[in-house]
Design a protein around this ligand. Structure first.
Ligand code: CO8
Length: 274
C-alpha cells in the first residue's frame, strides 16, 4: 500500500508527529491507522482532529471504501485518553464529547462503506468509534467493552445511543451498567461484530470485503447506505417511502444503465460511479 498523504498542522498550530496514518491499496481502498502505541491508541484531541481531516480528504478524493484500524496488535483504540480528560471541568467535558461525536457522525455518514478492523482492545471511545463504522470485524484477540462507569463517567461518544440500536436496549444496558469487557466470539454472538478472524488477519479480512464492495455500483452502495441509515432513524412507513425514492434515483445514474446492460449482454459491468 502506498501512503496517500501525511496530515500537516494548520497555520498557527503546534506541529506534532501525525497520529493518524492513511494508506491506499492498489484497488483504491483506504486504510486509516490510529497510532499512539504509548497510550494503546487512545483518542485525544489530536487523533480526533486528524481523523476528521483524513475522512474529509478521502471523501473529497472520492475514496469509496475505508478500513479503520489501530497500530500494533494490542489495541484498536483503548478509549478516550484518560490522562487528557482527568482534569476536565463540565464545559470542557461536554465540548470534548461533542467534538468526538461530530467526527464519529462524519464517519457514520461517510459516502462509502467503512469497516472497523478491531485488532485488540476496543474500549470506551474505541468501541464507540468501531460502532460508527458500517461493519465491525474482530480479531480473535479483540476485547470490547464500555468501561466508562469504572471511571465514574458514562459513554460520551455515542455509546448510549448506537449500542442499543445495534444489539438491543437490554443487552446494551447490561454492558454499559456493568462496564464488563467481552471477547470477539461474544461480540459476534451479540451482533456487534460481523465475524471473528484469526489474530493478525483482521485488516486483510476487512480489505477482502472492501474489495468485493468496490466492484459493485458505487452510487448504488451510497444510496443503499443512506436508505439503511434512514431505517434506523425513521419508522417503517417513512423508511419504505425513502427507499422507493432512492430506488428511483438509481435510474438517473449511468451505473444503473451499465449494470443492467452488462447483465443483458452477459459481460462484467464497468461502473463509473455516476
Ligand atoms: N487513556 C490514556 N492512556 C491509556 C489508555 C487510555 N484510555 N489506555 C491505556 N493507556 C496507557 C496506560 O496508561 C499505559 O501507559 P504507561 O505505560 O505510560 O503507564 C499504556 O497505555 C499501556 O497500558 P497498560 O499498562 O494499562 O496495559 P495493560 O495491558 O496492563 O492493560 C488495558 C490494558 C486493560 C486496556 C488498560 O490499559 C485499561 O484499562 N485502559 C483503560 C481502558 C478504559 O477505561 N477506556 C475507556 C476510557 S473512557 C472513554 O473512552 C470515554 C469515551 C467518551 C468520552 C467523552 C468525552 C468527555
Amino acid at each position: 500500500m502506498a501512503a496517500v498523504f501525511t496530515i500537516t498542522a494548520r497555520k498557527g498550530e503546534l506541529m506534532t508527529n501525525p497520529v493518524v496514518g492513511v494508506e491506499r491499496t492498489a484497488r483504491g481502498v483506504a486504510v486509516i491507522t490510529i497510532s499512539r502505541p504509548e497510550a494503546l491508541n487512545a483518542l485525544n484531541g489530536q487523533v480526533i482532529q486528524e481523523l476528521g481531516q483524513a475522512l474529509h480528504r478521502l471523501a473529497a478524493e472520492g475514496v469509496r471504501q475505508v478500513v479503520l484500524t489501530g497500530a500494533g496488535e494490542k489495541a484498536f483504540v483503548a478509549g478516550a485518553d484518560i490522562a487528557a480528560m482527568a482534569s476536565f471541568n463540565r464545559a470542557e467535558a461536554t465540548a470534548f464529547a461533542r467534538r468526538g461525536q461530530r467526527v464519529l457522525n462524519q464517519l457514520s455518514l461517510y459516502p462509502g462503506v467503512t469497516i472497523a478492523a478491531v485488532n485488540g482492545f476496543a474500549l470506551g471511545g474505541g468501541m464507540e468509534l468501531a460502532m460508527a463504522c458500517d461493519l465491525i470485524l474482530a480479531s480473535e484477540n479483540a476485547k470490547f467493552g464500555q468501561p466508562e462507569v469504572n471511571l465514574g463517567v458514562i459513554p460520551g461518544f455515542g455509546g448510549t445511543q448506537r449500542l442499543s440500536r445495534l444489539i438491543g436496549p437490554q443487552r446494551a444496558r447490561e454492558l454499559i451498567f456493568t462496564g464488563r469487557t467481552f471477547d470477539a466470539q461474544e461480540a459476534v454472538s451479540l451482533g456487534l461484530a460481523l465475524r471473528a478472524t484469526p489474530r493478525g488477519g483482521v485488516v486483510d479480512a476487512a480489505l477482502e470485503i472492501a474489495h468485493t464492495i468496490a466492484s459493485k455500483g458505487p452510487r448504488a452502495i451510497e444510496l443503499a447506505k443512506l436508505s439503511c441509515a434512514n431505517g434506523e432513524r425513521f419508522d417503517l412507513a417513512i423508511g419504505l417511502q425513502e427507499e422507493a425514492e432512492f430506488f428511483g434515483q438509481c435510474f438517473e445514474t449511468s451505473d444503473q444503465s451499465e449494470g443492467m446492460s452488462a447483465f443483458l449482454e452477459k459481460r462484467s459491468p464497468m461502473f463509473a460511479g455516476k
